[in-house]
Design a protein around this ligand. Structure first.
Ligand code: FES
Ligand code: FES
Length: 166
C-alpha cells in the first residue's frame, strides 16, 4: 500500500476517454508507459532535456517527464501511438532519412506537429529553433529538418495529424 494518497483523474488518451488512480508524484511518461503500455514515449534523460518523451497535451508538444500525471486531469493527451497512419510528418521523415535508431523520433514528430500546426512561416532556421528541445544522436538533424520543411504548406491540423481513436 502506497504512503501517497492516490487521486482519481479522467482524461482523453489517444481519442478515448479514460480514468485512472494515480499517485500525485507520478510523472506522465511513467504513467503512459507503465499503466497503458504506450512505450513509444521514450525516457532518454528524465531531466527535461532530450525531448524523446514528448506527447501532445491539449494540442501542444510537452515533455511528459516534466508533467505530473495528475496535471492531465480533464486534458487531452496524444502519444505517438495515437497518431493515425498514414501521417504526413512520419512519411516525410521516412522519405528524407530523418531517423536511424528511432529513439528520438516520437518526440521529433510531436515537435514537428506543434511547429506545423502553429501556422507560422517555417524556414530552416525556424525549424531548427523548433527542434532545439529535441536531441538526436544518429541523424545529424539534416534529414529531420528536410522532412519537416517538406511538410510546410500542410497548414491545418487535420492535414498534419489525426488521432486514431477520435
Ligand atoms: Fe523527457 Fe528526456 S526523457 S526530456
Ligand atoms: Fe537515433 Fe535520433 S534516430 S536518436
Amino acid at each position: 500500500m502506497s504512503k501517497f494518497q492516490r487521486k482519481s483523474i479522467s482524461f482523453r488518451l489517444n481519442g478515448v476517454s479514460v480514468e485512472a488512480e494515480v499517485e500525485p508524484r507520478e510523472l506522465l511518461v511513467h504513467h503512459l508507459r507503465n499503466d497503458w503500455g504506450l512505450t513509444g514515449s521514450h525516457v532518454g534523460c528524465d531531466t527535461g532535456q532530450c525531448g524523446a518523451c514528448a506527447v501532445l497535451l491539449d494540442g501542444h508538444a510537452v515533455k511528459s517527464c516534466s508533467v505530473l500525471t495528475v496535471q492531465v486531469d480533464r486534458a487531452d493527451v496524444v502519444t505517438i501511438e495515437g497518431i493515425a497512419r498514414p501521417n504526413v510528418v512520419q512519411d516525410a521523415l521516412h522519405r528524407h532519412h530523418g531517423l536511424q535508431c528511432g529513439f528520438c523520433t516520437p518526440g521529433m514528430v510531436m515537435a514537428a506537429i506543434e511547429m506545423l500546426g502553429a501556422g507560422e512561416n517555417l524556414d530552416e532556421e525556424a525549424v531548427r529553433r523548433g527542434l532545439s528541445g529535441n536531441m538526436c544522436r544518429c541523424t545529424g538533424y539534416q534529414g529531420i529538418v528536410d522532412g519537416i520543411l517538406d511538410v510546410v504548406g500542410s497548414r491545418s491540423n487535420a492535414e498534419i495529424y489525426t488521432v486514431k481513436g477520435a
